[in-house]
Design a protein around this ligand. Structure first.
Ligand code: 5AD
Ligand code: SF4
Length: 474
């Protein structure tokens, strides 16, 4: 059974409608787009009016924290009603909850027809056919991807020529697109489920990535974000080594090649692990004019003892060294980070180390999370689990400090002129165009002209932590 075979039940009839809901990280957005590409090649099209009229509802799920998992379960409950009204409706659950829970999730939610983990995406059309033929729920999880190497059904299914035709989940051409370059993670930070839900690192071939980016740029993309849980280790699996070579290795080489592509204006990547962050990578921000002037470099904690318990493999001092490399190359670079509060055993003193790090680095923005215990991870078994009330209190203190830093940074931007790449027009307020500076700040301007995809100088007039307002400079 291959992905190119058209569904015999529907080949002669109308196209089936698929409605996709995506939670979690950008990896999931990229995975949803790939699943849509596979479905489009198998007689499906995106439902224009949501879940109500869909033949297939695909939930692409996130498992990173318990709250994310709860959302999936409550959404499945709501979909039960739709399924009662339309017994032909198919429900597929993809993503990290599917991988982590497997068959157990179907026992809890028997309305699921297809359960498919992130390592089995290419099997989606075949699984749907199997479910339709047998009426039984089907499950595919795990990370056995040998079939994908020898016979990449996804690539064949979506294209007759050597280009990967990956549509956007919005169904429209998009100015900014994500391209997956590496799956999985080998790091096993003690709090994190990702190595369990997405498996070990597997890099995509460089030429395949370049073709996908070329296709997206030809179809209107101006900004590309290369994606992975750990982009810095791109290509190490292909080379058979564990550490990044001193010259920056395959990731720096890939970025340099992607940056050459004509029509591409901005290049970004996420997520970068400080452990594998090299000096040549920092240099690239200065030498490649297309590189965004922003990096997301998760530190998680400002305490060396906590970092050690998290098994992050870098110290605070090493993290600061990397920030220095970046700021030496591009003094105005915006740096964002992820922080976890209430990791098992975190003392008040250790928590305050994180506050001190924030004041020392002055992040442009942060994503701060309360530690969430994940079954199967090492930290779930650690002594000294922290109470919810302490986590909430620490999260609030941390966010309050960041709010002050952000407000100062925003005030400092007012009056400056920045190049803004416009990515969409507000649906609610037509004439309001939303774009981003190279430093990843969101900017809104009022214009009757179509600014989509253009990079234009904008004078920033005011702003808050969400977005800045500005005027086009003629
Ligand atoms: N609890 C809280 N936050 C977590 N993250 C990952 N796992 C957990 C967890 N168990 C956060 C980290 C990571 C981001 C994607 O999610 O900060 O960088
Ligand atoms: Fe999770 Fe650590 Fe891998 Fe990031 S580097 S995905 S936090 S295990």
């Amino acid at each position: 059974m291959t992905g190119i075979q058209i569904d015999t039940i529907t080949a002669a009839s109308r196209k089936r409608k698929v409605h996709i809901e995506t939670w979690g990280c950008q990896m999931n957005i990229a995975d949803s787009e790939r699943m849509l590409a596979l479905l489009e090649a198998n007689n499906y099209e995106l439902s224009r009016d949501g879940a109500e009229t869909a033949d297939l509802i695909l939930l692409n799920t996130c498992h990173i924290r318990e709250k994310a998992r709860h959302k999936v379960l409550s959404r499945l409950g709501a979909l039960n009603e739709l399924k009662a009204k339309n017994p032909d409706l198919r429900i597929a659950v993809a993503g990290c909850v599917a991988q982590a829970d497997g068959k157990k999730l179907i026992e809890q939610a028997p309305q699921i027809d297809v359960l498919i983990g992130p390592g089995k995406i290419d099997e989606l059309p075949g699984l749907l056919r199997e479910n339709m033929a047998t009426g039984q729920s089907v499950v595919a999880t795990g990370f056995d991807r040998h079939a994908r190497d020898e016979n990449d059904v996804g690539r064949e299914a979506v294209s007759d020529d050597p280009v990967l035709h990956i549509p956007s989940v919005s169904g429209k051409p998009e100015v900014t697109r994500f391209v997956n370059i590496i799956q999985g993670c080998n790091n096993f930070c003690t709090f994190c489920v990702v190595p369990f839900t997405r498996g070990r690192e597997i890099s995509r071939a460089k030429d395949e990535i370049l073709r996908e980016v070329e296709y997206m740029v030809r179809n209107g993309a101006r900004e590309i974000t290369l994606l992975g849980q750990n982009v810095n280790s791109y290509g190490l699996d292909l080379m058979g080594r564990d550490d990044v070579p001193e010259d920056g290795g395959p990731f720096v080489d890939l970025l340099s090649s992607v940056a050459q592509l004509k029509g591409l204006e901005r290049l970004r990547f996420t997520t970068s692990n400080p452990h594998d962050f090299t000096r040549p990578l920092a240099r690239l921000f200065a030498s490649q004019p297309k590189m965004g002037r922003h990096i997301h470099l998760p530190v998680q904690s400002g305490s060396n003892t906590v970092l050690d318990r998290m098994r992050r493999k870098v110290t605070v001092e090493q993290y600061l060294e990397r920030i220095n490399w970046l700021r030496e190359e591009v003094p105005a670079i915006a740096i964002s980070t992820d922080l976890i509060v209430g990791f098992p055993g975190e003392t008040e003193e250790e928590f305050e180390d994180t506050l001190r790090l924030m004041s020392a680095v002055r992040f442009a923005f942060i994503f701060a999370f309360k530690y969430s215990s994940r079954r199967g991870t090492a930290a779930a078994r650690f002594a000294g689990q922290i109470s919810e009330s302490v986590k909430v209190e620490r999260l609030n203190r941390l966010n309050a400090i960041q709010d002050v830093i952000t407000a100062e940074m925003v005030a400092n931007e007012v009056g400056r002129t920045k190049d803004v790449l416009f990515i969409y027009e507000s649906r609610k307020y037509p004439g309001i165009w939303v774009g981003r500076t190279k430093e990843y700040r969101s900017v809104r301007v009022n214009s009757s002209a179509n600014l989509l995809g253009m990079t234009l100088p904008v004078r920033l007039t005011s702003g808050n932590k969400v977005a800045m307002l500005g005027e086009l400079v003629n």
